[in-house]
Design a binder for this molecule. Structure first.
Ligand SMILES: C[S@@+](CC[C@H](N)C(=O)[O-])C[C@H]1O[C@@H](n2cnc3c(N)ncnc32)[C@H](O)[C@@H]1O
Length: 338
């Protein structure tokens, strides 16, 4: 039996989680994983390539290596480990953009206001920045670009899990509401050659999707239409299924119901809605959804339980038909007209 660590030691480790997060940000910003992709290098070589100070870089890498991210070998050389390899850019399932986005200063500044949010019910992000998150991103195109890439980055393992968990073959037109750069829609279209897709998002995001390689790829672009607008006003009409991944969790119940009502009004008579989000489980087990819920608390949204989804769907004139689990943490909440 492995010896259990004393609670105090575990607790100290938990209190310094932000140290490790910060170190991963430095590694991502300097693209250290890319610099090591062809084999080990000395810290001096890395410092020269990244234009930083070797003594401090050595300490950063040594600390990262102590938690399994990079490993030190002879002669102050460092090499990739499986964890460090996920920070490479341009690889399938790269976590580089995610690591940048989730640790950017504007995100940390909003977490700084979490205590204020708990005390007052004000939205921490708004306290920090004066505007809601997607408005902030509209005003900061560089952050918007990294945000879009980070969502795609997180989707690396989620998209195949979603595409294979649900039978899309009976659907003619699938509308991806708030579909970002289109990586999920492209994955589903590739797996279902008869399906047509509509990628719907804000104009600035659709402009980026047009430059990204997902919905513009051969075999996909012919079957995919790109449309810009706000899902608070209307969504493209005529789809027989409306999928939305990591959308409703960004918003409070009233706003989420507004989005659902717009989908209900736009879909065909026998249309269905596929909400892809965390469904919060009961119990005390470690849960990605329960932690993402705090990121949502910070930006004014929330993760939901099955009961909460069911109640919200009723408000929108819909009913919960079933919840389909996937091989990733997300579930597909299927709803139809009530
Ligand atoms: C958390 S991201 C999810 C993106 C994508 N579905 C995914 O899972 O990778 C939320 C998306 O909602 C879009 N969005 C935010 N407000 C919107 C609005 N009013 N109308 C349409 N899309 C919006 C954002 O641009 C962004 O692409």
């Amino acid at each position: 039996m492995p010896k259990q660590r004393p609670p105090r030691d575990v607790m100290v480790d938990l209190t310094i989680g932000h140290w490790i997060a910060r170190l991963t940000y430095v590694a991502a910003k300097l693209k250290l994983a890319d610099l090591l992709k062809d084999g080990p290098r000395t810290v001096e070589q890395l410092a020269t390539a990244a234009s930083v100070q070797a003594p401090a870089l050595y300490r950063v890498l040594r600390a990262l290596a102590s938690v399994g991210i990079f490993a030190e070998t002879k002669g102050r050389r460092f090499k990739l480990t499986p964890l460090a390899a996920t920070l490479q850019t341009g690889i399938q399932g790269s976590l580089h953009a995610w690591t940048l986005m989730i640790n950017e200063k504007y995100v940390w500044d909003s977490w700084e206001e979490l205590l204020h949010g708990v005390k007052t019910r004000e939205i921490p992000f708004v306290k920090a920045h004066g505007v809601m998150p997607f408005e902030y991103l509209e005003r900061h195109p560089e952050d918007l670009a990294v945000f879009g890439e980070s969502m795609t980055s997180l989707s690396g393992t989620e998209n195949p899990a979603i595409a294979s968990a649900y039978n899309f073959s009976k659907i003619e037109t699938l509308v991806d509401v708030g579909g970002g750069h289109g990586s999920l829609l492209a994955t589903i279209l590739r797996a279902n050659p008869n399906l047509h897709g509509v990628l719907f998002d804000q104009a600035s995001v659709i402009a980026r999707a047009q430059q990204d390689h997902y919905v513009t790829a051969a075999g996909i672009s012919e079957r995919c239409t790109l449309k810009a607008g706000s899902f608070f006003e209307e969504v493209p009409a005529g789809g027989d299924a409306y999928i939305m991944k990591y959308i409703l969790h960004d918003w409070n119940d009233e706003q989420a119901v507004n989005i659902l009502r717009n989908c209900r009004a736009a879909m065909t008579e026998k249309g269905r809605i596929l909400i892809v989000d965390n469904v919060i489980p009961p119990g005390n087990d470690r849960s990605w959804g329960k932690l993402v819920d705090i990121q949502m608390l910070v930006i004014g949204g929330r993760e939901r339980t099955k009961k909460e989804f069911a109640a919200m769907l009723v408000e929108a004139g819909l009913k919960l038909r079933r919840i389909v689990p996937t091989a990733c943490a997300l579930s597909i909440v299927e709803a139809v007209r009530a």
